[in-house]
Design a protein. Structure first.
Lengths: 344, 344, 344, 344
């Protein structure tokens, strides 16, 4: 049994980690922390977990916790993780769900306007693209929710070197904004609406660019990236519409060629489902670790529209973190994660 | 391994049965039927199940299917089940999710305006109230979604004989209306709305009355029952607000007495969670087989307000059917069903 | 032109008053206040009003404002209004939308746990029931949103003296909770849910009891009242399901008799629409001052189910306030208020 | 008084026309048709209009109706309008809300796969861009809902000749799909979801291309157009996110220059509100004829993100039709249309 702890277990990502770890056949949840709820039983704070664990929330003592755990998940705001991670790593492996270790430290400081206190390198935990490194890693930086849906949608095309520019237009459920009430999450503001935000300046674009550059391999074949996030009146899920503009010198693939390309690229990737011209639906991934991908070719415009759907709290967060844990401990990556979606 | 088949597997209840049976550690799904989709692979018709089964939908040949199965779930419209069940019972056990075997046949004919072709007696599958009979049964009539939430909410009080009248005001997600588009399920009609329907004449009231009479034991202590269903703009879940008016000669319990009463009544019932004065939430039961119950005492009015929350497709349908299957085959009733809700 | 001012114009009720007054043919909006936004242009704070007024929010100087206005609407929290109203009344008429003047002062202090600083009597502004007094009033206490829908639903029956007990089960859009984000209004908490709250102790029940006692005329014919509010995942509207239990000695009316009773009671009341057994819909009253009422007779149970639908911000707040203003200034009560709903 | 008739008045666009015409100070609604509901009173079929008109739905006799009207609105499916319009034009003016007269007839036949029976030229009724022609027109082809939001969002930039490619990513409320229940409008399919559809092949793209070519003036400066529609879980409104990629030889404007450009282009256009970097909201245009526009400059990517919000049934349909009627009869274009949105 892998002994697992969650730092920051009362937020949405933390709650979801607790849910997944409690159901995991080869993991045991040994500690959960919450400053706000320390001392209280998990089931009293989070009634949906009543009956599933007798744990109480603890205060954050990372040294103590790391000694009791084989792996610690840090589900805390960016800027906080970098203070915990070095100490945890002395005793346990870490999957960090904050933004602190996703980017090159200089890039991090530029984007997050904050000095990096622990500029070490982590493995970027977009599991399908970095499985070999993750297996060897002691520190995995779990990707942002938007980058997960965006990069997986276009990786096969970018790796081919045929893409000039990608306009990502992403639509997220509001749970991505966290458990704290806000103007944006106020029901009368979001219901009967869709809210674009951080237009031209969402920080997740840096992760997307980093990964697409790696995939392309050369500056010449690295596409330009535009990214616009929206929140929609739904709780879970991210649907990413990727408008992929091909290079002038690229030939436009047929739908069949495209399907072949994606199927080869994602061969043996159990959480990627290639739907061809069937439309991905947030309903089909709700509560799951799947990323469903569909695509349409617009030959005249040398454009391919790729649509991906994930559950932002699972594949876009806690599920991918557990998938990474599985690899870090030599388990099949699907362990504890292969469940059908809650549909309808 | 219990070999299980689902007749009518493409509707919402049928889909949910498939989901639960595919995840069940001691059951194997051996056949699913759908007139409309016969011959097609389950994962092609229901994309969220892609990768979880290689079964194809079959036409309904109940004799053939019942020979390959230990148990058959009939998730078909009322009136259809009574034509299938006698043949299935020659070879296999049955949990019928239609209304055909829930009521006394005369009562059935009065309520459903239809001759009963197979007036045999079944065990009413409200698991918490009929476990002993269910263990011995070959035919279990799975309760309606509304009666499940309503009866469980008030059973301890009715069994005490202190109740004069119960006004059930129930609010259901629209998935209870099925997978076929209708006026009521048309998004612009239901969103930003709540729709009361079948006021004073919903057929589920007969089941509620039947069960409450059994619990009360005598006509004198059997409460009057009023029942008003509404659909709310949500997919899953039934919240039942039971306004329980006590008899003039009854003493009003304190909240602590009430909690004690409920906890004793539902002792060792793993799917009943007694919340006291905490408010049940559809979120806490989403995707689960739990029934969460809270209650409030209005001493002046000799009234108790009981609120229950269930997932209409799970505890109100497919989950309770699997819970019944577990008992019918000597398994722990929780087998394959103990999962935390998808919250948020 | 009636010169009108709104104290507390940046909340939902205040905003709605501004909308209605800007469209009113015989009123001119001369001042709006907001502590938080003082000095800012209305259209800059509330973009949907951009282009409709050049007013700026002012700080609350009630003496000054009351000198510039013929009528002042106080859309402020309870407890605040009683400090403003006496000064305003020296110069102008008042429609108070807080709870401060709705109840007898002793009852107010008991319910709101707060000393009443200005224990004067106001006219209760449930327009259809108090039109004659409202025409003569200088101070009208605008009713709460729930009492408006609840009392109008049952008034004709209560006035007949045939009712023993009414169980009001009310469902409100979340805008009734105001413009400030809260746990309850947090989208992931309310979406896919319905939340009962303040069970057995919502303060609006006092208003309902007061009005029903007036209608009944004698203690013996005054019904018992139970009231349970819920919020539903929608923005606007209150649907009230009134379960009316008749007295043992009352005869149960036929649907036709009931329709006759309601039509006579509400004769010449332009905002009451009697639907008979057609179901009221929040959609049909959205944005309007109508109260739609339907009813169903359950002869066996000596019960009548009455369903009413209002827009909580209009008939349940700002619209009724303007309706009262119209009467206070000798206008037709429909002036500026007769618009079809925004359907769908 | 302008005598107005609506052919096809029981659909969503038709209902909205009826609502607007009933409130219009200078128009009188003289006839409404509906095959399905002929003979029935409008208020009995559409309860929200009860009390606003005594009209009954008539069968479609266009000659008769056109003799009683000064203007006829044809709110019928494409393919049907072309059979009615020639006859109506003998007696009355027409605003056609179908697709039949929007495109060049050859283009129409190519896109709609249907022979055009009446290949006459109409004025394209995107009011802000064609006001002068509309004033003189007897036949106006009212634009599609998506083209209205899309073209208005980018017209000033396209007219400058600086745009290489525009990726329109549009999100619409489901009322755009009409009053008939469908798979897409089935609540469990749309709630908690967002559904892209007709990817790379929605027919409205032809209108967008036509208008942008007119604005650009020359083939060389006409941008490439990509268009992807989605339905979101809301009733009304279209939010269009226009990703505008500038030509390599164009200089990127500052936000201030952009604001100046838009304000000049839309000077004296009362329904266009330029928000700068404030985010348009469906809430602010709900029930209104406004088109709110915001924009953000991404200098590095030579990209401008323009976001527009309209109510698809008003500015995207019935409201713009009335705006066109106003011009066709010499009225101010705002007559009967200047109302604040229903917010929240």
């Amino acid at each position: 049994m892998i002994k697992a702890a969650v730092i920051g277990a009362s937020g949405y990502i933390g709650m979801e980690l607790v849910r997944l770890l409690l159901m995991h056949p080869d993991a045991e949840l040994v500690a959960v922390t919450s400053r706000r709820f320390k001392g209280l039983r998990v089931g009293d704070v989070l009634p949906h977990l009543q009956g599933f664990t007798d744990l109480r929330f603890e205060d954050v003592d990372v040294t103590d916790i790391s000694k009791r755990a084989d792996i610690v998940f840090t589900a805390v705001p960016h800027g906080a993780a970098m203070n915990y991670v070095p100490k945890i790593l002395e005793n346990a492996k870490v999957v960090d769900l904050s933004a602190d270790y996703r980017l090159d430290p200089q890039e991090y400081e530029r984007i997050y306007k904050k000095k990096h206190e622990d500029p070490r390198t982590a493995v970027y935990g977009l599991t399908e693209l970095h499985a070999a490194e993750i297996k060897e890693a002691r520190l995995v930086a779990n990707p942002g929710c938007y980058p997960t849906g965006a990069v997986l949608a276009v990786a096969p095309l970018v790796a081919e070197g045929v893409v000039a520019h990608i306009v990502f237009d992403s639509k997220s459920g509001i749970s991505g904004g966290g458990a704290e009430p806000s103007e944006r999450s106020h029901f009368p503001n979001l219901a009967e609406n869709i809210i674009p935000y951080n237009i031209t300046k969402h920080r997740h674009v840096a992760e997307i660019r980093m990964e697409l550059a790696r995939l392309a391999g050369t500056p010449a074949t690295t596409p330009k990236v535009s990214f616009t996030p929206h929140v929609i009146p739904c709780i879970r899920g991210i649907l990413t519409t990727a408008h992929v503009l091909l290079r002038d010198d690229a030939s436009v693939p047929t739908p069949e060629q495209l399907k072949g390309l994606y199927e080869r690229f994602y061969e043996d990737k159990p959480f990627i489902r290639i739907l061809g011209e069937r439309t991905p639906s947030l309903s089909y991934v709700r509560g799951t670790n799947f990323c469903d991908i569909g695509f349409w070719v617009d030959e005249d415009a040398k454009r391919i529209v790729v649509v991906s759907a994930i559950d932002n709290l699972v594949k876009g967060g806690a599920g991918q973190a557990v998938q990474n844990m599985n690899l870090m401990f030599g388990l099949a990556e699907t362990t504890g994660l292969l469940t059908p979606s809650l549909t309808p």
